[in-house]
Design a protein around this ligand. Structure first.
Ligand SMILES: [Zn+2]
Ligand SMILES: [Zn+2]
Length: 193
């Protein structure tokens, strides 16, 4: 995983630190100043290259994942809200046609330097005020990868006999495929006669 682009709005007067280690697999946001500056928002806009992620025998994330969002401090409550958009590019599960589908994952969580009591799913712990954004994005994208990938909702697939893509029309094969169990029964009955 490498960071292909890091572009955080520099027009903002607010001073913050971003440690971006190229090749070291991390964009770490240092949020210490944000935590002590109320009513402030830190914009996030960059892209992450996940093209080396293998999934079901494919490398479906050929284009960088674009990440937009912000970290805000509203009256002391620090919240991360981001949108991750990726294009899943792989052959259709049924017909094999190269298919690209855009997916969006959104995430909104509170950030806290320490979690009191039982840890909550709604809170991300930022130890030492540092948030490993790459790791978070990597995890969120991976768990969101689709189980089903179809070129169209009602993809008809390909004919098992002749290999024709049935979305292009019917083939000339006998479509009345006999259930093999029924065929075995038919053979048994034939033997008895
Ligand atoms: Zn298809
Ligand atoms: Zn056919």
């Amino acid at each position: 995983m490498a960071v292909s682009k890091l572009g955080i709005d520099k027009r903002n007067a607010f001073v913050y630190n971003i440690m971006a280690t190229m090749g070291g697999n991390c964009v770490i946001l240092d949020l210490k100043k944000l935590f002590i500056t109320e009513n402030y928002a830190l914009p996030i806009e960059y892209s992450v290259n996940l093209s080396d992620v293998e999934y079901m025998g494919e490398y479906p994330l050929k284009k960088p994942v674009t990440v937009t969002g912000k970290v805000t401090n509203r009256a002391g409550l620090v919240t991360l809200s981001i949108s991750m958009v990726y294009v899943f590019s792989a052959p259709c599960d049924r017909c094999g046609l190269p298919t690209e589908i855009r997916h969006e994952v959104t995430l909104e969580k509170s950030l806290a330097p320490e979690i009191a009591g039982s840890d909550s799913d709604e809170i991300i712990l930022v130890e030492d005020y540092k948030l490993d954004l790459d790791e978070l994005i990597f995890t969120e994208v991976i768990i969101s990868l689709p189980m089903k990938h179809l070129c169209q909702k009602e993809c008809k697939g390909i004919c098992a006999s002749c290999g024709k893509n049935l979305n292009d029309g019917k083939c000339n094969c006998n479509t009345k495929q006999i259930d093999p169990r029924l065929q075995a029964l038919a053979d048994l009955l034939k033997d008895e006669n």
